[in-house]
Every structure is written in structure tokens, then in C-alpha cells.
Design a protein around this ligand. Structure first.
Ligand SMILES: [Zn+2]
Length: 128
């Protein structure tokens, strides 16, 4: 079997599943995104360069799902989250096992965790 091309969205998804970390894309103007295939919204560039991401960032939005789809029955309640990554860019993802009240707050530090489930999974970073 041929390894998925890391320059494709299938390749990126496969690299997440292998636990290789998040990959970002940097425009010549400095804009960074974690979204594959995006045209730079700042300068219109289409040739964004791949750049490694730490997978760390801060919560900028979240909502807790208590009624899950079948795929997430074992993780509910879970949070659907929007994370502002430290290197730049925002990415949506989820955090397993999140109680509806008090478990998360805007600004919380989070980090990407490898997972076999659909989507980009995060967890709260332990307090320093
Ligand atoms: Zn740009």
C-alpha cells in the first residue's frame, strides 16, 4: 500500500491518526492556518507552505454536547471546541468527557491529542 500523500487532506488525516501532530500552512504574508486547501484571506496567495504546529492553544469558543451521535456515545458529554493555535490560525475540534457545567472556560489552555475518532481531539492542559 502506498502511504497517503501528506500534501492532500487524506494524507493529513492519516498523519493525525498516526499521532504525528497537527500541520499548518503559512502564507508569505505571515498568515497561518491549520485548514488544508485554504486560500490566504489576507493576501490571496494559493501556495501556502506546510509548517509544523505544536497543537497547543487557547479555547475561544465551545459548546457541550449531551446528546451525541452514535459515533460519540462513549465520549458524551463532550465539548465541540474552537481553538486559537499558538502559532496562529483557528481550528475546530472536540474534547471527550466534558461535564456540561464548569469543566471548561474561554481562554483555557488546550493541547491536541492523538485519537482514532473523527475530528481533531484536544484535552485541557494540566495546570503548571
Ligand atoms: Zn497571505
Amino acid at each position: 500500500m502506498v502511504a497517503p500523500d501528506p500534501g492532500t487532506i487524506e494524507g493529513l488525516r492519516a498523519s493525525y491518526e498516526r499521532g504525528e501532530g497537527l500541520v499548518g500552512f503559512r502564507s508569505a504574508c505571515g498568515f497561518v492556518t491549520a485548514t488544508w486547501g485554504l486560500v490566504c484571506p489576507a493576501c490571496g496567495a494559493r501556495d501556502l507552505e506546510r509548517t509544523p504546529l505544536s497543537g497547543r492553544g487557547r479555547l475561544v469558543a465551545f459548546t457541550v454536547q449531551t446528546v451525541p451521535a452514535d459515533e460519540f456515545l462513549n465520549e458524551a458529554p463532550y465539548a465541540y471546541v474552537l481553538v486559537a493555535l499558538d502559532e496562529g490560525g483557528r481550528i475546530s475540534g472536540w474534547i471527550a468527557g466534558t461535564p456540561p457545567e464548569g469543566a471548561l472556560a474561554l481562554g483555557d489552555r488546550v493541547r491536541w491529542v492523538p485519537g482514532y475518532k473523527t475530528g481533531v481531539q484536544f484535552e485541557r492542559e494540566p495546570a503548571p
